[in-house]
Design a binder for this molecule. Structure first.
Ligand code: NOJ
Length: 547
């Protein structure tokens, strides 16, 4: 019996370049990932995760490390072949691991055959596959829209005398989703991968697929403070260049395809932002097709660590959802964000892990976070990310969180026998899978314990969420309830010792330091150390194990 998505304990994100190299070229690949499947699930010392998501491994000139796709239905030779992928899929499925791929609908590579045709002449049949516009009379770009990666979002094409739109790099021209032929092409891509047997797709940068059809200027942001460190992108309110009128309709068409297959899902990439209320955004995305699609919740990435901050955003978010319809997807790290342990601190990262795994829905773990990996230190000569290369020194580059997975204490951390494409982060001699597997108190042991709980008890995926007790600036407590079952997640988010009283006493299920027994006194009182968190079963409402 294979698990359904609704029972999956967590989704593990693999950045394929950095997970495991099998052919000594310093870049991770699919055969490397196949070799590491036993780490993920099915062996006594596995991490024990039920699903994996791969960032892009498609054919690409790699201007944005694969988020610039030149063939949506093939694999870049650096990563292997379609046959390798099929083998990966089969072997993952044998272990009952679901496999999700990345899908990049907003833009292709500028080397995609569609774009090569499109830019060749104004009357080419593929001209309208992309967004082209005439210059203003003075020759400047058609409007003031900005690229996220810097400068105008419009690039001049001399040959045809028009500009094309690129929300990201100029090597990533935006596809014109208002053209039905483009929508059909992209729907065919989704079908191709679903037919091959993938269990889901993570859809990149979806908020941009629909834009203002009149291409009006984005208004200036009155709150913008220009300064040497300011990111020009913040100078505008991006109300016309994204979240266009057809966004949810286009997504609905895509997800209708997903819904036609058995137990497949699509997760939308979307960050909270100041312009559209969080509520509108979430409910908009959930409203698309709630049975099969849902947005990530990335709020925890931007919010400073702290009991009040987390309580507020999680409780507000849970309050918006209809628990019988909407699956929360809490995410505290990914390939675009500084490493969790570097952002919040090493002890604090354990608290976040326990909190995340105590919450409903489908949590997402970024590779390496389960061993507490920290940001890599990248020397100027080692920079790879185009964002850092374009805007050096702003600290926006994404190389630090993309360093190779740390498997052991060998020179290249067991990732490769050759020098890797990015350096191994400092501290890998101890912070690695081999070392942490032997340490009963490690991050890895903590994640294994938490994932095991989510495997054994469906209350974690499906139970109701409620905050518990007085709101406290140091301790965030929530309870989960499923029928007669009841658990408490108690998180001391301060650097001080704190107490909490369980209403009916209970049993310890997990703690941030797995080897420590957090004692429960007769009166239900528990004492938590600084940055200590634990999950307790209520003595009066015990759990029933999943059979
Ligand atoms: C979001 C992806 O996560 C990021 O890595 C990429 O650069 C942009 N979208 C463009 O595809």
């Amino acid at each position: 019996m294979h698990k359904q998505w609704s029972d999956v304990n967590a989704l593990y994100q693999i950045y394929p370049r950095s997970f495991q190299d099998s052919n000594a070229d310093g870049v991770g690949d699919l055969r490397g990932a196949i070799a590491r499947l036993p780490y993920l699930k099915g062996e006594p010392d596995s991490l024990g995760v039920d699903a994996i998501w791969f960032s892009p491994f498609f054919t690409s000139p790699m201007a944005d490390f694969g988020y610039d796709v030149s063939d949506y239905c093939n694999i870049h030779p650096l990563f292997g072949t379609l046959e390798d992928f099929k083998e990966l899929l089969d072997k993952a499925h044998e272990r009952d691991i679901k496999v999700m791929i990345d899908f990049v609908p907003n833009h292709s590579s500028n080397e995609h055959p569609w774009f090569l045709e499109s830019k060749s002449s104004k009357d080419n049949l593929k001209r309208d596959y992309y967004v082209w516009a005439d210059p203003k009379p003075d020759g400047s770009p058609p409007n003031n829209w900005l690229s996220i990666f810097g400068g105008s979002a419009w690039e001049w094409n001399e040959q045809t005398g028009q500009y094309y739109l690129h929300t990201f790099l100029k090597e990533q021209p935006d596809l014109n989703w208002d053209n039905p032929a483009v929508r059909q092409e992209m729907q065919a891509v989704v079908r191709f991968w679903l037919d091959l047997g993938v269990d889901g797709l993570r859809a990149d940068a979806v908020r941009w697929i629909s834009k203002d059809v009149h291409r009006r200027d984005d208004p200036r942001n009155p709150a913008f403070n220009a300064g040497p460190q300011a990111d020009e992108f913040g100078s505008l309110l991006h109300v016309h260049s994204r979240f266009g009128p057809n966004l949810f309709k286009y997504l609905r068409d895509l997800t209708d395809i997903v819904a036609a297959y058995d137990d497949r899902i699509m997760i939308f990439e979307d960050y909270p932002d100041d312009i559209f209320t969080t509520r509108d955004q979430y409910l908009g995305f959930y409203g698309v097709n709630p049975k099969v699609s849902m947005p990530f919740n990335f709020e925890g990435i931007g919010i400073p660590f702290g009991a009040e901050n987390y309580r507020r955003f999680i409780t507000e978010f849970q309050g918006m959802l209809n628990p019988s319809e909407h699956t929360p997807v809490y995410c505290f790290g990914n390939h675009d964000q500084q490493r969790l342990a570097s952002r919040v601190g090493e002890e604090q990262a354990r608290v976040v892990a326990l909190m995340q795994m105590g919450l409903p829905g489908l949590p997402v773990v970024y590779y390496g976070d389960e061993i507490g990996m920290k940001n890599g230190l990248i020397k100027p000569s080692e920079i790879q990310d185009p964002v850092e290369l374009r805007k050096p020194g702003l600290g926006q580059g994404r190389d630090p969180e993309r360093t190779p997975m740390q498997w052991d204490d060998s020179v290249f951390a067991g990732f490769s026998t050759a020098r890797p494409w990015l350096p191994i982060a400092h501290g890998a001699e101890k912070r690695n899978v081999a070392h942490e597997s032997k340490d009963n108190d490690s991050y890895l042991t903590l994640y294994q314990d938490l994932l095991q709980l989510r495997t054994d008890y469906t209350i974690f995926q499906k139970g109701d969420y409620e905050t518990f007790g007085e709101a406290d600036a140091n301790v965030y407590v929530f309870s989960r309830r499923l029928g007669e079952e009841h658990i408490f997640v108690v998180l001391n988010m301060s650097g001080k010792r704190r107490k909490f009283t369980l209403p009916h006493g209970g049993r310890l299920l997990a703690a941030t330091h797995p080897s420590r027994i957090v004692a429960i006194a007769k009166d239900g009182k528990v004492k938590l150390r600084p940055y200590e968190a634990a999950i307790f079963e209520c003595a009066k409402h015990p759990l029933r194990e999943v059979l």
